[in-house]
Ligand binder design. Structure first.
Ligand code: PEP
Ligand code: MG
Length: 584
């Protein structure tokens, strides 16, 4: 048994067979065979190796003619690898000794070689050899599986998806009925993949570091999304312990969700908070209502791009927004955020055909919308048309300057005029807000507050841009920390600016659903939080144990601290005093 530690991003426990998903989506199935079939498996292996070698040599010949000898040499080297006596021998031994299928034998043999390469340290040669072996495994598996290789969407049995990384679009299409957990080598706590796993309620651990070379498809693994653990090849005791935990977990979370969903989020000294849901798909509006949300505080509309190669049409936008508004009814506000494409989200679909060197600092979000006005106007028309169905509000993401905000509002006015001319109805007086998620916007909050009806603070990006630490990169996860004093000070300034201008301010980054931060945020003056719907009942329970006067004392004290570590331990201690079961 081996226990690997990563970043817990979506709670829950799952036990099941691993499905190793490589970047091209090829699945590595497990199949042990009957002893009588072993000779046949070895024959299949040899045939696949011979065919792969022949294909590589053929590629070498055609590419030599086209691109010259030097480039084509890569394929000559590949052809050599397929004949590598060690690989062939190791795979055959594994198949014969364990009754493995040819696929599983290849996978184990390649992974053992990868592991040896890993121990040789990092060098350009090792990196190249590793990627050669990944290619080789893919090629052999696709030859062996032939028609038998199934895309993920067709898998119906429960599995645990293991991958180096998953993009938001890959994660968005995972079906929680079959995918019982996710574990990835890379990724950070607020990556969009992590957020989606939470939205889909799939237990997930990311940023584990290298483990794929130690595992093949079909091996039993445990994902512990509470503690951030991936357990490979669990022993009997561990298996039993986790089976028990999973059973208790289902009952406890069910009880919790039912008991706390309908109570108001009111502090002990009688201050009522508003708790909204963050959603990515129209179907999640129902989750918000089921969890007792006061509305939708953030609708990430860019997820309309899932499974799409082009821009959504106006009708597609409109139908999605109308669905959410009708579901939420007239009394629950719905904040529709305009497209936040780019960064790690749907770059290709958004027409970002050239690869940006630094996409998080590039043509992301509202910057892209201002450059591609037809796309922006299509969305704004649909939003305005949908406004007649409920309490819709519009929010612009990634605003960096007052100028950008003015431009967005002036384009919105143009679209309103077009609709008026065409006599297409929309609501007047729609509330307009901006995300505060870029440090420049946070610093200028007092100025921006004069231009909008509300702020929503996106701490996921605010933390990444303030601390210059990529939210997706596990190697800087220690630095990427919402408890950093710089973030507390920025939050204080933004919240004060909003309160002074008498506009609403919500926190909608992942920080808002973290119990450790609730007292701090109340104490800083926040009265509205927008979180993954699943977290709402728990937050209600928490808020009801707090008082604003205590929260203000906690915020004052936290603002005096100098490091993220001090802030974290102080806030944990304060939470433990009120709700020990949540703090631990
Ligand atoms: C944020 O940055 O905190 C936010 C809510 O936006 P997103 O996570 O979609 O970037
Ligand atoms: Mg953001």
């Amino acid at each position: 048994m081996e226990i690997r530690r990563g970043i817990a991003v979506s709670p829950g426990v799952a036990i099941g067979p691993a499905l190793v998903l490589d970047t091209e989506g090829i699945l590595i199935p497990i199949r042990t065979v009957e002893p009588a079939q072993v000779d046949g498996e070895v024959k299949r292996l040899r045939a696949a190796l011979a065919e792969a070698s022949r294909l590589a040599q053929e590629k070498h010949r055609t590419l030599s003619a086209k691109l010259g000898q030097e480039i084509a040499e890569i394929f000559a080297a590949h052809a050599g690898l397929y004949e590598d006596p060690k690989l062939v021998r190791d795979a055959e031994i594994l198949i014969r000794a364990n009754n493995y299928s040819a696929e599983y034998g290849v996978s184990r043999a390649v992974r053992a070689i990868m592991k040896q390469l890993e121990s040789a340290g990092i060098s350009p040669l090792v990196t190249r050899l590793q990627s050669d072996f990944v290619d080789l495994e893919k090629q052999l598996l696709s030859l062996l599986q032939g028609e038998g290789g199934r895309p993920l969407a067709e898998i119906t049995e429960p599995i645990i998806v293991l991958a180096h990384d998953l993009t938001p679009s890959e994660t968005a299409v995972l079906d929680p009925k079959t995918v019982h957990a996710i574990a990835t080598e890379s990724g950070g706590a607020t990556s969009h993949t992590a957020i989606l796993a939470g939205a889909l309620e799939i237990p997930a651990v990311v940023g584990i570091g290298r483990f794929l070379s130690d595992i093949s498809g079909g091996d039993t693994v445990i994902v512990d999304g509470y503690q951030g653990l991936l357990i490979l090849d669990p022993d009997e005791d561990t298996l039993k312990r986790y089976l028990d935990l999973r059973r208790r977990d289902c009952t406890a979370s069910g009880i919790h969700q039912i008991f706390h969903k309908d109570i108001p989020a009111e502090t002990r000294d009688g201050v009522r908070l508003h708790l909204y849901g963050n959603i990515e798909f129209p179907g999640e509006a129902r989750h918000c209502i089921d969890r007792g949300a006061d509305g939708v505080g953030l609708y990430r509309t860019e997820f309309l791009y899932v499974n799409k190669s082009g821009d959504p049409t106006e009708e597609e936008h409109y139908t999605a927004y109308k669905t959410v508004l009708e579901e939420m009814g007239p009394d629950r506000p719905v904040v529709i955020r305009t497209l936040d494409l780019g960064g790690d989200k749907f770059n290709v679909a958004a027409g970002l055909t050239h690869l940006e060197k630094n996409p998080f600092l590039g043509l992301r979000s509202v910057r892209l919308c201002l450059k591609n006005q037809p796309m922006f106007k299509t969305q704004l028309r649909a939003i305005l048309r949908a406004s007649v169905y409920g309490d819709l509000r519009i929010m612009f993401p990634m605003i960096s300057t007052a100028m950008e905000l003015r431009q967005c509002k002036s384009i919105l006015r143009e679209v309103q005029e077009d609709l008026e001319e065409a006599k297409i109805p929309f609501k007047s007086g729609i509330k307009i807000g901006t995300m505060i998620e870029v440090p420049s916007a946070a610093i200028m909050a007092d100025v921006l507050a004069r231009q909008v009806d509300f702020f929503s603070i996106g701490t996921n990006d605010l933390v990444q841009y303030t601390l210059a630490a990529d939210r997706n990169n596990e190697t800087v996860a220690d630095l990427y920390n919402a408890a950093d004093p710089s973030i507390l000070r920025l939050l204080g300034h933004v919240i004060r600016s909003a309160n002074k201008a008498s506009i609403d301010v919500t926190i909608c980054g992942e920080m808002s659903g973290e119990p450790m931060f609730t007292q701090l945020l109340l104490g800083l003056g926040v009265r509205q939080l927008s979180v993954t719907p699943r977290k709402i009942p728990e937050l209600k329970r928490l808020v009801r144990q707090m008082s604003i006067s205590d929260a203000e004392r906690v915020a004052d004290e936290a603002l005096r601290l100098e490091t993220a570590r001090e802030v974290t331990s102080y806030l944990r201690e304060q939470l433990r005093r009120i709700l020990p079961d949540v703090a631990d």
